[in-house]
Design a protein around this ligand. Structure first.
Ligand code: NDP
Length: 476
C-alpha cells in the first residue's frame, strides 16, 4: 500500500472529521487513536473514503505508514495529553518529521514545545483550527505557526482541506512557533465578544421590549441580510426559532443561563493585559460568562437587591430603535475586532512574528465561527492601510464608527436607564470615547501618583519639572 501523505492522532469529534476531510480531498492519511476500538470504528464508518485511510493500532505501525518527512497532526484533548502523546511518539520519529498540535493550545505551551524540539532534528507546528465539527469536516479556517520549511511540507494538504472564500483558501502560515495558536486564541476572544454583544442585544429585545423568541429570531434574520451578515447572527436566528420537543416552548427559554468556557477567551484577555493593550470587549465578555455561571449567587442577590428600580424601557418608535440596535451591534463589533487586531499587532512585535493582518482577516472570512462579510471589509482596510495604528482609524472604519456610534450611545444609555446589563456594548462605547479623545483625564491620576508615591509626571509644556509642589504630602 502507498504511504500516507500525512498522519493524524486523535479520532475524537474534531480529529475524525478532519481526517475524513483530508481523505475526501484525495490525500492518503494514516490514523491512530489511543483507544484502539475507536480506530476500528472510524475506518468502518469511513465508507467509500476508507481506501484513503490507513487505520493503525500501534504507534510504530502508524509512523511507518507515513511518507517522510512525516507531518503528524495531533488532535487530542489540549494540555498535558499533548505532552504525553508527543513523548510517546518522539522515539519513533526521524529527522525532519513534524509534530502538529491542532488542538486549542495555549500559545505559550506551543512556544515551549517548539523550543523543546529545536535541537532534536524534529520540528513542531502549532495550528489553530476553527469551525467546530462542521468546519473540520467540510472546510475549517486554519492558522499555522512554525518554520517556513515545515509549512511548505504541509501547505498542499492544508490548502486542499481549508474553507474557501471566493475560491481563496482560508489557511495561511502566520509566522514562527506560537503565531498560529496566538491568532486562534484571539479569534476565540473576538468570538466571545461577538457572542456576548449578541446576547446583550437579545436581552434588550427580550426583557426591554418583551419580544418572544420567535419575534427576536425574525429581527436577527433581517439583520443577517444586512451589514451584520455573519455565521453567528445566522445561527442566532436559527436557535431562536427552534421549539423544545418536551414542552413545545422555544428551546432558548428552556436553556439555563449559565455559559461555559474552556479558556481561550481568558487567555486572550490575559495576554492583552500582559502587553498593556486594551481588549475591553473580550474582558467584558469573559467576565459576563463568569457572572453567568454564578446562577445561585445571582438568584440570591436578586432576592436581596431586587431588579433595578427603573422605569421600563420607553420606546416610542420601535422601527427606529431596532435600527439603533442593529447599528449599535455593528459599532460594538467594530470595537471588539479593532481591539483583537491591536492585541495581535502588539504580540507580533513582542514575539517577532510579523503577523500579516490582512491575511488573518482574509483566512477568517470563511470556515471559522466568526466568519462574516465584515471580515472582507477588514481585509480591504488593512490591505489599504497596513501600518494603521488601529482598525478604527483606517478611512473605511473611521467612517463606520462615526456613522454608528450615535446608535451605540443611545442603546447603551437606554439599557442603563432600563436596568439592562450591556457590559460589552458599554465597553465598546467607553473605548471609542477614550481612544478618540486627545486630552484625557490621566493627568489627575499622575498627580495622585506623584502625591502619594513621588512617581513623577511629564508636563504638557515639556518643561523639566517632574514632581508637584505638594508640600508635606509627598511620600517615598
Ligand atoms: P474529543 O473529546 O471529541 O476527543 C478527544 C480525543 O483526545 C480522543 O481521540 C481521545 O482519545 C484523545 N485523548 C484524550 N486524552 C488523551 C491522552 N492523554 N493521550 C492520547 N489521546 C488522548 O475532543 P475534540 O475533538 O472536541 O477536541 C480536540 C481538540 O480540538 C481540543 O484541543 C479542542 O479544544 C480542539 N478544538 C475543538 C473544537 C470543537 O468544536 N470541538 C473546535 C476547535 C478546536 P480516546 O478516544 O482514547 O479517549
Amino acid at each position: 500500500m502507498a504511504q500516507a501523505e500525512i498522519g493524524l492522532i486523535g479520532l475524537g469529534v474534531m480529529g475524525a472529521n478532519l481526517a475524513l476531510n483530508i481523505a475526501e480531498k484525495g490525500n492518503k492519511i494514516a490514523v491512530f487513536n489511543r483507544t484502539v476500538e475507536r480506530t476500528r470504528e472510524f475506518v468502518q464508518e469511513a465508507g467509500a473514503l476508507s481506501d484513503q485511510v490507513i487505520g493503525c493500532e500501534t504507534i510504530e505501525e502508524f509512523v511507518a505508514a507515513i511518507r517522510p518527512p512525516r507531518p503528524i497532526i495531533i488532535m487530542i484533548k489540549a494540555g498535558d495529553p499533548v505532552d504525553q502523546q508527543m513523548a510517546l511518539l518522539k522515539p519513533y520519529l526521524s529527522a525532519g518529521d513534524i509534530m502538529i498540535d491542532a488542538g486549542n493550545a495555549n500559545f505559550r505551551d506551543t512556544m515551549r514545545r517548539f523550543d523543546a524540539l529545536k535541537d532534536s532534528g524534529l520540528t513542531f507546528i502549532g495550528m489553530g483550527v476553527s469551525g467546530g465539527e462542521e468546519g473540520a469536516r467540510h472546510g475549517p479556517s486554519i492558522m499555522v505557526g512554525g518554520t517556513e520549511e515545515s509549512w511548505k511540507r504541509v501547505e498542499k494538504v492544508l490548502t486542499s482541506i481549508a474553507a474557501k472564500y471566493n475560491d481563496e483558501p482560508c489557511v495561511a502560515w502566520l509566522g514562527e512557533n506560537g503565531a498560529g495558536h496566538f491568532v486562534k486564541t484571539i479569534h476565540n476572544g473576538i468570538e466571545y465578544a461577538d457572542m456576548q454583544m449578541i446576547a446583550e442585544i437579545y436581552g434588550i429585545l427580550r426583557d426591554g421590549l418583551k419580544m418572544s423568541a420567535d419575534e427576536i429570531g425574525q429581527v436577527f434574520g433581517t439583520w443577517n441580510k444586512g451589514r451584520l451578515e455573519s455565521y453567528l447572527i445566522e445561527i442566532t436566528e436559527k436557535v431562536l426559532h427552534v421549539a423544545d420537543p418536551i414542552t413545545g416552548k422555544p428551546i432558548v427559554d428552556m436553556i439555563l443561563d449559565k455559559a461555559g468556557q474552556k479558556g481561550t477567551g481568558k487567555w486572550s484577555a490575559i495576554e492583552a493585559q500582559t502587553m498593556g493593550i486594551p481588549a475591553t470587549g473580550i474582558e467584558a465578555a469573559v467576565a459576563a460568562r463568569s457572572i453567568s455561571s454564578m446562577k445561585e449567587e445571582r438568584e440570591a442577590a436578586e432576592k436581596v437587591l431586587g431588579l433595578p428600580a427603573v422605569a421600563p424601557l420607553a420606546v416610542t418608535d420601535k422601527a427606529a430603535f431596532l435600527k439603533d440596535l442593529e447599528d449599535a451591534l455593528l459599532a460594538g463589533k467594530i470595537g471588539a475586532y479593532a481591539q483583537g487586531f491591536a492585541v495581535m499587532a502588539g504580540a507580533s512585535k513582542e514575539f517577532g512574528w510579523n503577523l500579516p493582518m490582512p491575511t488573518i482577516a482574509r483566512i477568517w472570512r470563511a470556515g471559522c465561527i466568526i466568519r462574516s462579510q465584515f471580515l472582507d471589509e477588514i481585509t480591504s482596510a488593512f490591505t489599504k492601510a497596513p501600518d494603521a495604528a488601529n482598525l478604527i482609524v483606517t478611512p473605511a472604519f473611521a467612517g463606520l464608527v462615526k456613522e454608528t456610534d450615535g446608535a451605540l450611545r443611545r442603546v447603551v444609555s437606554a439599557a442603563a436607564l432600563g436596568g439592562l446589563p450591556v457590559p460589552a456594548l458599554a465597553s465598546a462605547l467607553g473605548y471609542f470615547d477614550s481612544y478618540r479623545r486627545g486630552r484625557g483625564t490621566a493627568n489627575i491620576i499622575q498627580a495622585q501618583r506623584d502625591f502619594f508615591g513621588a512617581h513623577g509626571f511629564d508636563r504638557v509644556d515639556g518643561a523639566d519639572s517632574h514632581h508637584g509642589p505638594w508640600g508635606s504630602g509627598l511620600g517615598g
